[in-house]
Design a protein around this ligand. Structure first.
Ligand SMILES: [Zn+2]
Ligand SMILES: [Zn+2]
Length: 286
């Protein structure tokens, strides 16, 4: 507690520590996903690859650089939250037993549910024609994203996504550990959505209960078709607003059946049967 308050007293220390924490989480989670799916088990998992081709190194370099830039914005917003706390406007608290563990888990869930709604509506706003080229086209440069694209945002988009934290903390008392859980889940879902592979089991997207949670294919379709599948964690807002891709569940079943998706037969680059036409059609939609 004392150490925490000492760190909070030094904005530079907080900025550097915040940045290191974001980068570490990203490198560990996106890096291990990349290692497993793109290096170690690349061939064995090929039948679960969503799009036919493996993206070039230059794309991954761009995804990493934009992600590292996003964490600067995330760290600045962390600092802003501290300023609000010191001014008495933010309801961060540092003693879990004071509110109990029940409240602790509830507050983490509130953060996730509110961020899900915030993400869906701000994402739709960023697809509005006058805004798209300025704030969101950077993210859509990846038509066939890799795990490194998890935070490949324009700095304004990174700011819009991060600002939800101090906004929630003004109203809802949150412990830094609950914020940590939320960030962990956010990173997991961002990495999964850009993984390029569908790892969830058959029937997930049409299951009575499970279909309310998003899948890697769901966000991959957003990168291919652009004007659909805007949600992050849950498949709630897309279902309510009718913005799910009409063939989402159908494509999910094809992808998880082990059979190739129509026009998305997975092959190693340079494979003699690599379907160039299907790749072109996948890129053209985006
Ligand atoms: Zn988008
Ligand atoms: Zn994306």
């Amino acid at each position: 507690m004392e150490t925490l308050l000492r760190i909070l007293a030094n904005p530079w220390k907080l900025l550097i520590l915040g940045y290191a924490w974001h980068v570490l989480r990203y490198v560990l989670m996106a890096g291990s996903a990349y290692l497993v799916f793109y290096v170690l088990f690349r061939r064995r998992l090929l039948r679960r690859k969503i799009q036919a081709v493996f993206p070039p190194f230059s794309q991954m370099r761009r995804e990493v650089l934009y992600s590292l830039l996003s964490f600067v914005m995330f760290s600045l917003i962390g600092l802003l939250t501290l300023v609000l706390f010191r001014l008495g406007w933010s309801r961060l608290y540092f003693n879990i037993p004071s509110r109990g563990w029940g409240y602790f888990w509830f507050s983490a869930l509130v953060l996730i549910v509110l961020h899900d709604a915030w993400f869906y509506w701000t994402h739709r706003l960023m697809h509005w024609r006058p805004l798209f080229p300025i704030v969101h086209s950077v993210h859509h440069l990846s038509h066939n994203p890799t795990p490194w694209a998890a935070f490949a945002f324009h700095p304004i988009e990174a700011l819009v996504q991060a600002i939800v934290f101090p906004l929630v903390a003004i109203v809802v008392p949150v412990h830094p550990l609950a914020v940590g859980l939320w960030l962990f889940y956010m990173t997991f879902m961002n990495v999964a959505g850009h993984l390029g592979y569908e790892f969830l089991p058959r029937g997930f997207a049409s299951h009575r209960v499970l279909r309310w949670h998003n899948t890697p294919l769901h966000h991959n379709m957003h990168h291919r078709h652009v004007r659909c599948n805007y949600g992050l964690y849950f498949n709630l807002w897309d279902r309510l607003m009718g913005t799910n891709h009409p063939h989402y569940e159908e494509e999910y079943e094809q992808c998880t059946a082990g059979g190739p998706l129509p026009g998305h037969v997975a092959h190693e680059p340079g494979h003699p049967h690599s379907p160039a036409a299907s790749i072109a059609s996948a890129q053209a939609d985006g």
